[in-house]
Each structure stands twice: as structure tokens, then as C-alpha cells.
Design a protein around this ligand. Structure first.
Ligand SMILES: *Cc1c(COP(=O)(O)O)cnc(C)c1O
Length: 370
């Protein structure tokens, strides 16, 4: 593809740190890994959290969050109907069941009313053990109202911020909200380590337990003594070397992505509507997302794709996947309406104004003959 949907941008800094890790002969993620310690401390500073743990990917970060909260067989977790499917799969992977609720049309994030309805219903009383709040496509959830809906009943919130590096909710950065926040550093995310994820919290007891669970259930400082059954979700020191460089380049990488979003805003035709943004937030730029007339969407995408421009339809609504259909709680009409209209445009730190204009022009020409 001439214009890939996303593109990574690595520099001499990533290469230098990876070389340092290799030269130190330190390629695992064992306790004391120097780049893991640096990466985690950068995460704590950036996201204003007491504790961070780097893990193998964003999906196991969510599984770790659920397991740390003791969620498993017989438990239920509320998830939004529009998202990449990892949070829904994570719930099933730990043995719990997802309760899929609709999203809010103004933010495209989980509907606080839908959460309040489920949490308040007598039939679910005592069985809902968490809410996974996904900051969808760079937009933070409506945390004030979510806290009111969930935390009044003592139900913890897990913030899945995988798509929202650099966003703020009333000036507080994503990664700060809920009992636990998670990130992904997959190659298509705004900060990347190829594969990678993180777990953040302010609660010492959650951090201690997560650190033990992700490291075979062994008590730190006491090798081969297993306090409880655990697993291995560790990130390697080499991966953390890339992450350290990316976190040190945070301001540059975020600025480049927001610049691309501004350019798109200037050059795209008015029939392409940018996704809505609530006035209480600054979105983080992941993939630039617009809605188009659903009756021409497939033709638009096919035409642009044939020209080497990797524009894509967003995910179908979660309950429209055979794997998750059984867990739809109400009619997720907002999620379906958006899933039918929304598309992603190529977005990466490497793009120029001319790239945005070329893409906008291609849309104009194709739409004119449809
Ligand atoms: C990418 C993503 C994940 C999973 O991340 P991986 O690192 O690919 O496992 C989880 N949640 C959301 C919302 C994502 O977009």
C-alpha cells in the first residue's frame, strides 16, 4: 500500500537502547531488567500513577487486571458494544462473562446510563464485578458519570486506554482513571513496542498482587516460592528498550499525530464528518475517524484501496460477531449505526500535509462519480 493505515516511526534512539539491551546480554524480562524499570517509571510519570507494570501485550494487561480483581468463573463484567474485541475476549479468557451494553452517541464510549441500569437491576445484583471502560478511538469515557454509576455500588472500573495515548478528561491524562488502567503498545498504536502492554494503578495491594500473578505467582524476592498459582505475562528487556525510547519521544510523537488530524480537518470534504468530541476532553489521536453515508461506504473504500490508500471500515458492533452475540444485553443500536458509517483514514507520525491532501482528493473524485 502506498498509504498504509498506520506506520511506525523508529529513530536512532530506539536502536541505541535496543543495542544497549543486547550488549548487556539482558534479553529476558526477569526481575531487575534495567529497561523495564526505566519504561515503567516513565509510564508512572506520564500517566500520574503510583505503580506501572509492563506486560507482554494489551490483551494480557486486561486479563491481569481482571485476575488481580479476583474476577473469574461465575462473574460478570460490563463491556461496550463498540471496540476492538480484546476487552471482551479478556473477560471470557479469565472464565467470566461479558455483559455488552450500548455506547453513547456523543462520545462513542460506554453509555453511563446503560451501566447504571444494569448495576441497579435486582436480577444482576452482586454478580457484576467490574466495568471495562474503553477510551474509544482516542476519546476518554465520561468518567464522572461512570464513577457515579459503578463505584457507588463498589464496582471497580478498568480503563482500557489502548487507543487513547495522550488524551485528557478535564485535563487529566488517560491512564489515570479507574482502579486499574491498561495500555497496548501494539505496532499500530500511538506509542509502540511491536507487541506490548501495561497495567497501571494507585493501589499498592493491586500492584503487589498483579506483579506476583504475572510472574508465576512467585513472591518477589523469594524465588520458586509460589504464594498462589500465576502465569507469565512479562515484557522482555529488549521490548522495554523500544518502549523507553518511545516514551522519551512522547511529545514529538503526539504532536505529529495531532498535526495529521488538523490537516485532515482542513482538507477533507464536508460530507465526511469527523467523529464527535465532548467539550470536556482533548482526544488523543490514534486513527483519524470519520463517518460517511453508509450506502456508498463500500464503494468508497474499494476505490481508495485500489489506489493504494488503506482506508478501512471500523469494527462491526461486538454482538455482531458470532463469538460474542450471546452476550448482548440490550439492543445496541447506537453501536450498530456507527459501525455502519465510520471509516478510518491512514494516520501516522510519518505523514505530510501533501499525503492528507492526496487522500482527500481521491475521496472527492470517487464520490463525484458514485
Ligand atoms: C489494541 C487494543 C487492545 C489489545 O492490545 P494488544 O496489545 O493487541 O493485545 C485492547 N483493547 C483495545 C481497545 C485495543 O484497541
Amino acid at each position: 500500500m502506498k498509504y498504509p493505515l498506520s506506520n511506525i516511526q523508529l529513530t536512532a534512539l530506539e536502536r541505541q537502547y535496543v543495542n544497549e539491551a543486547l550488549q548487556a546480554n539482558w534479553i529476558s524480562g526477569s526481575a531487575g531488567s534495567p529497561f523495564l524499570a526505566r519504561f515503567e517509571s516513565l509510564l508512572e510519570q506520564r500517566h500520574k500513577r503510583m505503580y506501572a507494570l509492563a506486560v507482554a501485550n494489551g490483551t494480557v494487561a486486561l486479563e491481569l487486571a481482571l485476575r488481580t480483581l479476583d474476577i473469574g468463573l461465575g462473574d460478570y463484567v460490563i463491556v461496550p458494544a463498540l471496540t476492538f474485541a480484546a476487552p471482551v475476549a479478556a473477560v471470557l479468557n479469565v472464565g467470566a462473562k461479558p455483559l455488552i451494553v450500548d455506547i453513547d452517541p456523543d462520545t462513542w464510549t460506554i453509555s453511563p446510563e446503560a451501566v447504571a441500569d444494569l448495576v441497579g437491576s435486582t436480577s444482576w445484583y452482586g454478580r457484576i464485578k467490574a466495568v471495562i471502560a474503553v477510551d474509544l478511538l482516542g476519546h476518554p469515557c465520561d468518567f464522572g458519570r461512570l464513577y457515579e454509576a459503578a463505584q457507588r455500588e463498589g464496582i471497580p472500573i478498568i480503563e482500557d486506554a489502548a487507543q487513547a495515548h495522550g488524551a485528557t478528561y478535564y485535563k487529566n491524562p488517560t491512564g489515570t482513571f479507574g482502579d486499574i488502567s491498561t495500555f497496548s503498545y501494539h505496532a499500530n498504536k500511538a506509542i509502540t513496542t511491536g507487541e506490548g502492554g501495561s497495567f497501571l494503578t494507585n493501589k499498592r495491594e493491586l500492584y503487589d498482587r498483579a506483579k506476583r500473578l504475572m510472574n508465576h505467582g512467585m513472591t518477589p524476592g523469594r524465588p520458586y516460592y509460589h504464594e498462589e498459582p500465576g502465569t507469565n505475562y512479562r515484557m522482555t528487556n529488549v521490548t522495554a528498550a523500544i518502549g523507553t525510547a518511545q516514551m522519551e519521544r512522547w511529545i514529538e510523537l503526539m504532536a505529529k499525530r495531532s498535526q495529521v488530524a488538523k490537516w485532515y480537518g482542513q482538507v477533507l470534504p464536508s460530507w465526511m464528518q469527523p467523529r464527535p468530541v465532548a467539550e470536556w476532553c482533548t482526544p488523543g489521536m490514534w486513527l483519524y475517524t470519520v463517518t460517511v453515508d453508509p450506502t456508498i461506504r463500500a464503494d468508497l473504500l474499494n476505490n481508495l484501496q485500489a489506489q493504494g490508500i488503506d482506508v478501512r471500515a471500523i469494527w462491526p458492533a461486538i454482538p455482531d460477531n458470532p463469538a460474542f452475540a450471546a452476550f448482548e444485553m440490550d439492543r445496541c443500536t447506537v453501536a450498530r449505526a456507527i459501525a455502519a458509517r465510520a471509516i478510518w483514514l491512514p494516520t501516522s507520525a510519518t505523514m505530510t500535509y501533501d499525503d492528507c491532501q492526496t487522500i482527500a482528493e481521491a475521496f472527492r473524485q470517487v464520490e463525484a462519480v458514485l
